[in-house]
Design a protein around this ligand. Structure first.
Ligand SMILES: [Zn+2]
Length: 213
């Protein structure tokens, strides 16, 4: 992980004044080690320390689901830095089984579900269609049936390798979250942040659908 995003660089700059220490041996963790375990509460300096800790305590470590991509992990990091008072969950399997929801910001008023749909050109056609159908099923259940809030970030190319556009998209995501909290509408809303790369340029469009029952 090379810290090429501003928010991760800032995190690294401030990190060494209060580095996190290994949960087992107490040795300070390098930023790289810290960031690779960013979402896990108990962090270790090495696999050895982790093993020894488990052996000694029989602690069942919170085996949180790994992120399916570095992009999702970066979105999660960005959100936790923006909203230190909210719980930011990821890879949620219990909201609407058997489907998985990428992320959720638990605001004081309501949950905001967040989905990231990056470049999908590497998927086969039928696979892609399956994803599209699942996206639709999730939107209908969350926004229409349950009258809840969802924000979806779409991109026709990978965002992780394009830090400037990625960060701009993340700020649009932040604006959308702010909008939902401020308005506090009592109906379902789906906001789509759509990043489209053209030949030499890109667009970020924001679309909003309301589901008033
Ligand atoms: Zn250690």
């Amino acid at each position: 992980m090379t810290a090429k995003f501003n928010f991760i660089e800032n995190l690294e700059k401030n990190y060494y004044s209060h580095p996190v220490v290994c949960y087992f041996c107490g040795k300070p963790l390098s930023f790289k080690k810290f960031y690779s375990q960013y979402e896990t509460p108990k962090k270790f300096c090495s696999k050895k320390c982790k093993k020894l800790y488990i052996k000694e305590t029989n602690d069942i470590l919170n085996t949180e689901e790994e992120f399916s991509s570095q992009t999702e992990k970066a979105i999660h990091t960005f959100l936790t830095l923006q909203y230190p008072d909210y719980i930011i969950k990821h890879n949620l399997k219990d909201v609407y089984p058997p489907y998985e929801i990428d992320l959720c910001v638990e605001t004081k008023e309501f949950p905001i579900y967040i989905e990231y749909n990056g470049n999908s050109s590497h998927r086969s056609r039928s696979h892609n269609l399956e994803y599209q159908i699942n996206d639709k099923i999730k939107k209908i259940e969350i926004c229409q049936n349950r009258q809840q809030k969802m924000i979806r970030l779409w991109s026709n190319k990978g965002l992780y390798s394009r830090p400037l556009v990625f960060e701009e998209s993340l700020h649009k995501l932040k604006d959308s979250i702010k909008y939902l909290i401020q308005k506090n509408y009592n109906y379902g809303i789906c906001i789509d942040i759509v990043v489209t790369f053209n030949k030499n340029n890109y667009n970020i469009d924001i679309l909003q659908e309301k589901y008033i029952n």
